[in-house]
Design a protein around this ligand. Sequence first.
Ligand SMILES: Cc1cc2nc3c(=O)[nH]c(=O)nc-3n(C[C@H](O)[C@H](O)[C@H](O)COP(=O)(O)O)c2cc1C
Length: 359
Amino acid sequence: MSALFEPITLREVTIPNRVWMPPMCQYSAEPEGPLAGVPHDWHLAHYGARATGGTGLIIVEATAVSPEGRISPYDLGLWNDTQVEAFRRITRFLTAQGVVPAIQLAHGGRKASTDQPWRGGAPVGPEAHGWQPVAPSAVSFDERHPVPTELTVDQIQEIVGQFADAARRALAAGFDVAEVHGAHGYLINEFLSPYSNQRTDAYGGSYENRTRFALEVVDAVRAVWPEEKPVFFRISATDWLQDGGWTADDTVRFARDLHAHGVDLLDVSTGGNVSGATIPTGPGYQVPFAARVKAETPLPVAAVGLITEAEQAAKILANGEADAVLLGRELLRNPSWARHAARELGGEVNVPDQYHRSV
Ligand SMILES: Cc1cc2nc3c(=O)[nH]c(=O)nc-3n(C[C@H](O)[C@H](O)[C@H](O)COP(=O)(O)O)c2cc1C
């Protein structure tokens, strides 16, 4: 039987299989008012479908630690108790299906305040529920985006605190795993990469300084997240620049640091920090980055990016390239992918009693 259908235990949390759902923004919350950032029927149905489909772990979409940290005004958030209550409904359902509920905690940095992608995804200002974005340096992502406000050290510390508060709320909401969003050109990624971080203080310049904010966030989250529950970190393993930027070598070095700071798994993505970078996409194109971290560090890894076929996913695990696979768009197309893969490869995943006649 493929390892795809074997459980994995991280700290004291056992995940029933290795077919996982990565965070995918739904851009569907209210942009303002008492229901801002609050999950509702759509989110329950969306995550619920993947849960009844046999997925082992579901990482709820990028959830902002503050209103200004939202990628779009329609993002979910964890900055108040109304949000905690609403998330409980989702974690309760996922847990009842035997799925481990995880959540990605995020701050959008200089790429915050954009419209829903199906409306073009352009940066928006106050006239469309938007705001002025912040970043390590006053450098815009591209000509469409505004120049962000450079964060002061006090403001950086405040955001570290917001990550801790959001993690505390995620725990109260019933999540078993907290994932820190350090990828795709959002705030933490912006600090890591010399391409977007041009600071000359303790948060910029050397590798140690550029990784300081990320590690402070990890420490703050780890401090409030129970010993027995895992913390994940999502990274963009490369900026995909020919020369300079954040590189795969940096990722390997940083993975060792993350491990030393109590991170339990690296979710290995790439890109998003450099507008117009050439990315050679294709089936499993990011897997080699995960495989390198797995081979060269003690940190378990999950691979993501154009993994769509059962055989392909099984091979990634059999080759020892990753400990789990994440399927994004394929799970949007087929919420029961894990069940189909189990039938194809001769394995088993959780099937709700209500669906027993379809096993
Ligand atoms: C609609 C959509 C929303 C996404 N939102 C997020 C997000 O909230 N956080 C994140 O780290 N990645 C996000 N991603 C990236 C996915 O997690 C995943 O890494 C990417 O889609 C590549 O995997 P795939 O080829 O299996 O789709 C999103 C992708 C899609 C398609």
